[in-house]
Design a binder for this molecule. Structure first.
Ligand code: SAH
Length: 412
């Protein structure tokens, strides 16, 4: 890869203010500009900061001059190891050990390392069968990327192919824009277009790690998909709003749902969903299930379904993050409430609502209070059955890393 990646990182001493010291002491991996006392001003993304209070070493971090999160701490303490291949290898091993035994032979796709919570702040690594799919959310990783990839490949010998993707923010940095990284980089097999098939709880899915959303699939919803499968056993009609490639729908279909409808405004997502149904025809439930797709805006299509008098035994609502920044929280809650209204109006009596949010800016309590209030105000009070969070391969070890919440509730 190009110059930014090949650059040998500089190592600089960085002195922290009390706020920064506090962060490091509580083992928080983010240090913002206003927590830094002294830092050389000519540093580049991926240079290495050795952190100090007045004179004591406190840890080691990657420097990201373009981000509000100026330092991403990788190692804590006076004896913090150097940032380099050995540390990456150790972190990849620790992440693998943490996931050992989580999955049987019927699942071969999971998150290998979940950013900050696995010691890789600003980087996600997923496995899809033999593919390593890495997404880089901070330019600070770029000069270290080859070493990081080597660590994951060494620790997980089943991985043969690699996909590297940069977040939109990183790909559009002035230094990278002309390199056209937005579409990602594939390695490991000449002519490979990024397509991969993998198993999740015995269901087969196909995705394209180069063009699919996130790293190709929403692995964080695996356990919720399985739970929906259980709860939708022999259900009548199921509506999957924001369906992406039909994940929730396939679990419901396999377990005997009579008809499932995927609603998403992305045509490629719905085409993928149709393909995924084809790939699972050997399951009698999937073969017997009527599958319908609606390419439309969720709010608009739900209203249309209601007008046509369609009612469902199960409605799943799994929207994208509506609040990317803190000041969008109120507006997001408003959108969630509007969705909840649309959803409960489509439920049959005693029907099941599954409502998820992946916005870390909105807390579970306020979100579900808003959903309950919106439903009650419409005259459709809900009885909450359970709440769930991220899948176990997505550990969330500090406050900001909790993002996924999912509520199951029945119409009274
Ligand atoms: N439930 C899915 C993941 C959903 S991701 C799974 O288990 O895999 C969110 C999806 O919402 C994306 O596929 C995106 O294309 C779709 N989307 C975003 N905004 C939308 C809108 N206004 N109307 C319909 N679909 C939308």
């Amino acid at each position: 890869m190009a110059e930014l990646l090949k650059r040998t990182p500089r190592i600089a001493a960085v002195h922290l203010l009390p706020k920064g010291l506090q962060a490091v002491r509580s083992r928080h991996p983010w240090i913002f500009e206003d927590s830094i006392a002294r830092i050389p001003d000519d540093l580049e993304p991926g240079d290495i900061a050795v952190l100090f209070d007045k004179k004591r070493k406190l840890g080691a971090a990657l420097i990201d001059p373009d981000s509000d999160i100026r330092l991403r701490v990788l190692a804590f303490g006076a004896t913090a190891p150097d940032i380099g291949p050995e540390l990456f290898r150790r972190l990849a091993e620790k992440a693998a050990a943490r996931r050992r035994g989580l999955f049987g032979a019927d699942t071969n796709a999971w998150r290998l390392a979940n950013g900050e919570s696995d010691g890789f702040p600003g980087l996600a690594a997923d496995r899809y069968a033999d593919v390593l799919s890495v997404k880089v959310y901070s330019a600070a990783w770029l000069p270290h990327l080859e070493n990081v990839l080597a660590a994951f490949l060494a620790v997980n010998p089943e991985l043969k192919r690699t996909s590297i993707r940069l977040s939109r923010e990183v790909a559009s940095l002035p230094a990278l824009r002309r390199l056209n990284y937005e579409d990602g980089i594939l390695r490991g097999e000449p002519g490979w277009d990024g397509t991969v098939r993998f198993l999740e709880n015995g269901l087969m899915f196909e995705t394209n790690v180069r063009f699919g959303q996130k790293t190709g699939f929403f692995l964080d919803q695996r356990e919720n998909r399985a739970r929906v499968g259980e709860l939708a056993k022999n259900a009548g009609k199921v509506l999957n709003v924001f369906s992406y490639s039909g994940g929730f729908s396939l679990y419901a279909a396999r377990n005997g749902a009579r008809e499932v409808t995927d609603l998403d405004f992305s045509k490629p997502a719905l085409e993928a969903s149709e393909r995924n149904f084809e790939l699972n025809r050997h399951w009698p439930g999937v073969a017997a299930c009527r599958h319908r797709t609606i390419p439309d805006d969720a709010f608009h299509a739900m209203l249309e379904l209601e007008k046509r008098g369609e009612r469902f035994a199960v409605v799943i609502v799994d929207p994208p993050s509506f609040a990317k920044a803190a000041n969008e929280r109120k507006q997001a809650l408003n959108s969630y409430s509007r969705l909840a209204v649309r959803a409960v109006r489509l439920l049959k009596k005693h029907g099941l609502l599954v409502f998820a949010s992946c916005s870390s800016r909105v807390q579970a309590d306020e979100l579900f209070a808003a959903v309950h209030a919106a439903a009650s105000n419409e005259g459709f009070p809900l009885r909450e059955l359970e709440r769930r969070a991220e899948a176990p391969d997505h550990p969330a070890d500090f406050r900001e890393s909790h993002y996924l919440k999912c509520m199951y509730a029945a119409l009274r």
